[in-house]
Design a protein around this ligand. Structure first.
Ligand SMILES: Nc1nc2c(ncn2[C@@H]2O[C@H](COP(=O)(O)OP(=O)(O)O)[C@@H](O)[C@H]2O)c(=O)[nH]1
Ligand SMILES: [Mg+2]
Ligand SMILES: [Zn+2]
Length: 299
């Protein structure tokens, strides 16, 4: 059985349709999972059984380094596997959501994936005010870059070294400029996106699929569709707390080893919040995520 299987990397996902780049030739095949199997992500290394010259059946997902995903009450949405870093794209307009930003950061911190925040549309007058809203993540050590994706020279000057030889996931709400940024970095990407939407007959240029693009200078960038929700139902209470790095020193001061940092006496996190070291907004986000997970478990 072994002699006919091929190994490859998933380079695009759209529903249950996957494109797999076969190693080492690099030829791509249109693949689909066996049976009802889901849970395959862009960036996954997989084994396939070839069918004809252009198709294949995905039979196995090889072990992952990491998986970045969100999970709402109904289902999980896999963004990508085996990534080196997350580039979170925000802008002054449309206004970004603090709640969604906070959740994406929790998901990344809890999976130990490093994050760089990119404040795009630096040419817009609201940029300084938007940057002020990033004070908390910045103070926690998340780098914040600011540029205009319309200015290709600026994009290359600020991002080429960061992205070189890394696998980077581009993530952000729609309208923040992910596609514009991708086009600046990968000149062929625009043509590829358009060909795809024509093939689907949608005629839309909104990104509906997740797709990995090799960068001309080495490395890969993964473009993902925008999102309006970011559930974290897959995290345990401990992982949620781990997703807030500023809680770590305070947690050591909690009296109870199983403190949930919500109402317990002599809680280090509540004390740090009372003295202003932990932001009340961040603690409120922590409480929301925790409450959602507890509500989900009751079903
Ligand atoms: N002023 C300004 N507009 C930008 C910039 N980057 C993107 N845009 C515009 O923002 C809109 C949304 O960009 P798009 O790349 O489609 O966002 P996506 O939904 O995140 O992929 C488009 O009209 C872009 O032309 C920028 O740096 N400055
Ligand atoms: Mg887009
Ligand atoms: Zn506590």
């Amino acid at each position: 059985m072994g002699e006919t299987t091929l190994t490859g990397r998933v380079v695009s996902a759209h529903g249950r349709h996957y494109r797999v780049a076969i190693q080492p030739s690099g030829e791509t095949r249109h693949c689909y999972p066996r049976g009802k199997r889901t849970g395959i992500a862009v960036g996954d290394n997989v084994q396939i059984l070839p069918e004809g010259q252009q198709e294949g059946l995905i039979t196995e997902i090889l072990p992952r380094r990491n998986l970045f995903y969100r999970s709402d009450a109904q289902r999980s949405k896999l963004f990508a596997a085996n990534i080196d870093q997350l580039l979170l794209v925000l802008a002054a307009e449309p206004v970004f959501s603090d709640d969604l930003l906070g959740r994406a950061l929790v998901a990344a911190h809890s999976a130990d994936i490093s994050v760089v925040i990119l404040l795009n549309k630096a040419d817009l007058p609201g940029t300084a005010a938007a940057r002020a809203r990033l004070a908390v993540p910045e103070s926690l050590g998340t780098p914040v870059l600011s540029l205009s994706a319309l200015d290709y020279a600026q994009v290359h000057a600020q991002l080429d070294a960061l992205l070189k030889n890394q696998c980077t996931l581009l993530l952000g709400q729609s309208g923040m400029g992910k596609s514009t940024l991708l086009n600046a970095l990968v000149p062929e990407a625009q043509a590829a996106t358009q060909a795809h939407s024509e093939a689907l007959g949608t005629g839309r240029h909104t990104t509906t699929q997740t797709r990995l693009h090799p960068l001309p200078g080495g490395g890969d960038i993964i473009d993902s569709p925008g999102f309006q929700a970011f559930g974290l139902q897959h995290l345990t209470p401990h992982e949620i707390a781990h997703g807030f790095p500023e809680f770590a020193p305070a947690i050591e001061q909690c009296r109870f080893y199983n403190c949930t940092h919500q109402h317990e006496p002599e809680c280090g996190v509540l004390a740090a919040m009372a003295s202003g070291q932990i932001s009340a907004n961040r603690h409120a986000l922590y409480m929301r995520i925790l409450a959602e997970n507890q509500a989900a478990k009751r079903y």
